[in-house]
Design a protein around this ligand. Structure first.
Ligand code: IN0
Length: 443
């Protein structure tokens, strides 16, 4: 979509328009300085841009000490993910590939050309020898962290890939749901924390609190799984745990059928509630970070996740299409992710959005209030008093009141302009006689 259509989407949200313009024209773009002869590194950053342009920009903002390691880590994970996702690869070929991927990382010249033609990141594996060369050029400590995570993740993915029950019936219970998310996302958090500590940008103590790193990944992955309900269902995948959806419908696909709207919305509340439990722990993790670039890198996806959850909450569109926050809104959030105060305020604003949409008829009404209350409490305990906006002073909260202020400003501005134009052009020809009450009845 073009900038014009993003601007149009935000037509009633002037603060988003300001954010879009600021981001597009005034924010200095991160320039990764790579010497021209470093062709392979250039190619790796091109791959990064291709797989995810917006997240690539966030990676490029990282400090020099860790940027390349995170870029290669991301591409390695993409490689694993592409093999796991590819239904055209038989399980006999897929399992050993996933289990030995951490060794492949040291096999100079290794490429893979057997991905299905429709795989989005097919080319990454076709040219994977380049990623391997760049991986081998990282220092040993970084290489070991990336290989260790690839080993555990690859084995976890292989276990799921050959688990016939998982493939046929999907995720069964909440424990299995957490375990699956741990392999595909929790481990990413663990790996990133080790990279940050190893680079010296973050405190090595952070590595000890493995649970916090895992919560970071689970919050993101669970939001993705909820958002991708329809897409995954059409691809024959069921990641929503049966323990949750079976309380509402007989068949997982019923959630999108007409006649089941109430059940679907209540089920959606239940699975969003499950994800919300990770939010206070994510704030705890972010609160422990010291480096500015690491903070933004970690905070941006988290803030997008809570905004997406709030948008999906009691929103039936979640079962009909992929619900996405407006580009203007995401840009506005991205620009705010500079410190824990801003980020915690954003979490609180969106938890208030959820509270406002919460329905007393929903069986999880109370539990949702409690989960949002925990975010509210986190802010009350951890933010200075000056950052606290009590409930009673605002209905929608600071983030949204700003919008109303700008709209009022524009409204008054337009009114003043109209009055001025009327005055300027019409005053000389204006006659009070024409306004005589009798005139109205003359006709
Ligand atoms: C990520 C994570 C990510 C970033 C920062 C800190 C993290 C800590 C723990 C775990 C993951 C962390 O962020 C990306 C964000 C992303 O890719 N966003 C997409 C949007 C989208 O809808 O997918 C974008 O295009 O901007 C993420 O989702 N994952 C990821 C993968 C690798 C790395 Cl190194 C970091 C994927 C996942 C599965 C959630 C871990």
């Amino acid at each position: 979509m073009s900038i014009a259509s993003h601007l149009f989407q935000s037509i009633f949200h002037p603060s988003e328009i300001t954010a879009l313009v600021k981001y597009k024209f005034f924010k200095p773009k991160a320039t990764v300085k790579i010497r021209l002869e470093q062709k392979q590194k250039i190619r790796c950053y091109e791959f990064l841009d291709k797989t995810s342009r917006s997240f690539a920009a966030v990676i490029k903002e990282l400090d020099d000490d860790v940027r390349d390691a995170v870029c290669i880590f991301y591409l390695v994970l993409r490689g694993l993910d592409t093999i796991e996702d590819d239904m055209s690869i038989s399980i006999e070929k897929k399992e050993p590939l996933l289990r030995s991927f951490h060794e492949i990382l040291s096999q100079k010249g290794w490429t893979f050309t057997k991905s299905g033609p429709l795989e989005k990141d097919r080319q990454l594996l076709v040219e994977f020898d380049i990623v391997i060369d760049e991986f081998l050029s990282l220092r040993k400590e970084f290489r070991d962290i990336i290989a260790d995570i690839a080993k555990e993740m690859g084995n976890g993915m292989a276990d799921y890939a050959k688990n016939a029950a998982h493939n046929k019936y999907g995720v069964q219970n909440n424990e299995e749901y957490d375990k699956y998310c741990y392999y595909v996302a929790g481990l990413v958090g663990v790996g990133l924390t080790c990279l940050f500590a190893e680079s010296g940008l973050e405190n090595p103590e952070l590595v000890k609190d493995t649970e916090l790193s895992i919560h970071m990944g689970l919050f993101l992955q669970k939001t993705n799984i909820i958002r991708d309900y329809l897409e995954d269902l059409l691809d024959g995948r069921k990641f929503w745990p049966k323990e949750i959806w079976s309380n509402y419908v007989e068949d997982f696909s019923d959630l999108k059928e007409s006649g089941y709207e109430t059940e679907a919305l209540n089920c959606l509340s239940a699975i969003i509630l499950n994800a919300l439990h990770h939010a206070p722990e994510c704030l705890n993790y972010l609160n422990k970070l010291h480096n500015r670039s690491v903070f933004s890198f970690c905070a941006i996806p988290q803030v997008m996740a809570i905004a997406t959850l709030a948008l999906m909450f009691r929103n039936y569109d979640t079962f009909q299409k992929v619900v996405k926050i407006r580009r203007g809104e995401s840009t506005k959030l991205l620009l705010k992710c500079t410190n824990i105060h801003e980020v915690a305020n954003i979490f609180r604003e969106y938890s208030r959005v959820i509270i406002r949409k919460n329905d007393p008829k929903d069986p999880n009404f109370m539990k949702i209030s409690v989960a949002c209350g925990k975010i509210e409490k986190w802010c009350a305990v951890n933010l200075p008093v000056t950052d606290i906006y009590p409930y009673s002073t605002t209905i929608k909260g600071d983030l949204f009141n700003q919008e109303t202020d700008i709209l009022l400003f524009i409204g008054f501005g337009l009114l003043a302009l109209t009055a001025y134009l009327l005055y300027y052009y019409n005053w000389e020809h204006f006659s009070f006689d024409e306004l005589k009450i009798s005139n109205i009845f003359d006709a």
